[in-house]
Ligand binder design. Structure first.
Ligand SMILES: CC(=O)N[C@H]1[C@@H](O[C@@H]2[C@H](O)[C@H](O)[C@@H](O)[C@H](O)[C@H]2O)O[C@H](CO)[C@@H](O)[C@@H]1O
Ligand SMILES: [Zn+2]
Length: 308
């Protein structure tokens, strides 16, 4: 028997490449909207099989050894989602359908199941199924460079944007599509903050133009202040212990800059109309800003199969 139910008014879909990206890149935003009662759906495209392992006791799970890291990272991701208050998580095409491609240029890019080798329309079709069901008003993914050029991030962008095209042809596309971004002003503040640090993530960087990411502040559309969810984001990142060592500089950012750097997340707007904002560049403080009442309060009946 199926029970038809309706979804909360606000529905946010995030498309990420690996387990850990959701926490590092959008953890505060996800926790912010989950805590506000929105329906937050995360789609992760791979299991992260080719990742490094920063937990010595687990080193033999590596791809070149037992090749069990992907399965282990399913558990890390479940713990991270719990920390963020997100209960709707899916793997694109089902767990294990697409494999982590490894860093750009590696032989692992050629693996037959590598996400980098995925058929675009087939992969996008899996995402359209989620869009049809959830009917998100807002979708978040990466820019065309995948934020920093990882093949799986680039492919996640391509698949997400193709899915938006296909969904639009069916009349169920999100009203707004955002890409994750880091304003140059925040990167400049980060360089200054870490200048004297022994664990400086900007070490060796003379000019921000050397970084594969960084967006002029006037091209940023939204600044989501999730500083009240900073602890949830940190807990979610710590759940990804194989990827983020406990000694990571990410955990060393204390004080005011820590809140801004970790608790605030930024986005450019790729599809849709920017809503009302504030500050010198009119940054939105809500990804749902400007959505018309009927869009924002759209309630789609959803058949929830299997409930007794
Ligand atoms: C945040 C992210 O996308 N992580 C990916 C990335 O991890 C990098 C990789 O292990 C690289 O070898 C390291 O030098 C770098 O520090 C890591 O960020 O790529 C992995 C392999 O594709 C992926 O599993 C991981 O989630
Ligand atoms: Zn990633």
């Amino acid at each position: 028997m199926t029970v038809v139910t309706t979804l909360p008014n606000r529905r946010l879909l995030l498309v990420h490449a690996h387990p850990d990206d959701e926490s590092i890149g959008t953890g505060s935003t996800m926790a912010h909207y989950a805590a506000a009662g929105a329906h937050v759906t995360l789609v992760t495209c791979t299991l992260g099989e080719e990742g490094e392992i920063h937990v010595p006791a687990l080193s033999q799970l590596a791809a070149a050894e037992a090749d069990q890291l992907g399965g282990y990272r399913i558990g890390e991701l479940a713990a991270a989602c719990a920390a963020l208050g997100v209960s709707d998580h899916r793997f694109l095409g089902g767990a294990g359908r697409y494999r982590d491609s490894g860093m750009m240029g590696l032989a692992t890019n050629e693996h037959p199941r590598a996400f980098w080798q995925a058929d675009l329309d087939e992969a996008a079709g899996h995402l359209v199924e989620v869009i049809r069901e959830v009917r998100p008003q807002v979708l978040v993914t990466y820019d065309p460079n995948g934020f920093y050029g990882h093949p799986d991030h680039i492919q996640a962008h391509r698949v997400a944007m193709r899915a938006v095209e296909l969904a639009a042809a069916e009349g169920c596309a999100p009203a707004k599509v955002y890409w994750t971004a880091m304003p140059l002003s925040v990167l400049e503040a980060g360089m200054a903050h870490f200048a004297e640090s022994s664990d400086n993530p900007f070490a060796g960087i003379q000019d921000l133009a050397e970084l594969p990411f960084g967006t002029p502040d006037d091209q940023i559309a939204a600044r989501i202040d999730g500083t009240d969810q900073h602890a949830a984001k940190e807990a979610a990142m710590r759940a990804h212990a194989t990827q983020i060592p406990a000694t990571s500089w990410l955990y060393s950012i204390a004080g005011n800059f820590g809140g801004e750097f970790m608790g605030v997340e930024f986005f450019t707007l790729a599809v849709g109309e920017k809503g009302p904002g504030s500050g010198p560049y009119g940054w939105e403080d809500d990804l749902f800003a400007g959505l018309s009442d009927e869009t924002a309060t759209d309630r789609h009946p959803v058949a929830v199969a299997g409930l007794r």
